[in-house]
Design a protein around this ligand. Structure first.
Ligand SMILES: [Zn+2]
Ligand SMILES: [Zn+2]
Length: 246
């Protein structure tokens, strides 16, 4: 099992991340990745960039060196009703891949029913592609209720390697969520959530967990160039040329 793209990374326009776009892309190339998504925090997160960061994302070349660059965002899920950061449609226009995640600074942890209702609202949000680091144990929710409905709303689930190492107690949640994705055939991505170039593409812990439960590779959208291409093609985005697919 392997990944060929890292779909959750931060550059230093996020204050608590340290590497430039150039360094992140170079790290992806050094790791042999075909693609990287740059997914900085939404503009109303205290650590997010100004929304002009997002409106200008299309300045980034589609391909830098050997790496295809996907223009992304990591929205905060906002309390209590499950909104996302306030951002204009103009600024969102270049965004090609959007995660939505709970962060304690933007959503004070409440109880499972509050979190489940917020996630349910995200299911209906047309700007969101994927749920980010759902395994955070500060945000318990009704796993089966949300995961079983992802396919109806075209949402994928991220298994976040950083959760397994830094978010205490996430391992069992991530495993349960992954098992449900398997049961309901919900596609997932496996990402590093790197805040520095040295971690780009490092998802060893997540892959180990997925292998342990026999998770099917076909459901991991970033496990091959062809699968990643098909995922984005289904959303009207042409990512790779024919020669990249060989
Ligand atoms: Zn996050
Ligand atoms: Zn992140």
């Amino acid at each position: 099992m392997q990944i060929i793209a890292d779909l959750h990374t931060h550059t230093n326009v996020t204050d608590h991340a340290f590497s430039t776009l150039t360094e992140m892309v170079q790290a992806a190339e050094d790791r042999g990745l075909a693609a990287i998504a740059i997914t900085n925090h939404g503009p109303t997160n205290p650590d997010g960039p100004h929304e002009w960061h997002f409106s200008n994302l299309d300045l980034i070349p589609r391909k830098i060196g050997k790496v295809t660059v996907i223009r992304g965002i990591e929205f905060d899920i906002t309390a209590p009703a499950g909104g996302i950061n306030v951002i204009s449609n103009k600024s969102l226009k270049p965004v090609e891949f959007a995660l939505a995640s709970f962060h304690e600074c933007m959503f004070p942890p409440a109880d499972s029913s509050v979190h489940t209702a917020a996630l349910e609202a995200i299911l209906y949000n047309p700007y969101v592609n994927a749920f980010g680091h759902l395994g955070n144990s500060n945000f318990p929710f009704d796993h089966e209720y949300i995961i079983s409905r992802c396919n109806d709303h075209g949402k994928i689930v991220e298994i976040n390697n950083a959760s397994l190492s830094i978010r205490k107690g996430s391992h069992d949640n991530c495993m349960d969520i992954a098992r449900l994705c398997m049961k309901y055939e919900v596609p997932i991505s496996v990402d590093s959530d790197s805040h520095i170039c040295y971690r780009v593409g490092h998802v060893e812990g997540a892959l180990e967990m997925l292998e342990e439960i026999g998770f099917p590779e076909e459901l991991i959208i970033n496990s091959s160039v062809e699968r990643l291409n098909n995922y984005f093609k289904g959303r009207g985005l042409h990512l790779f040329d024919e020669e990249d697919l060989l």
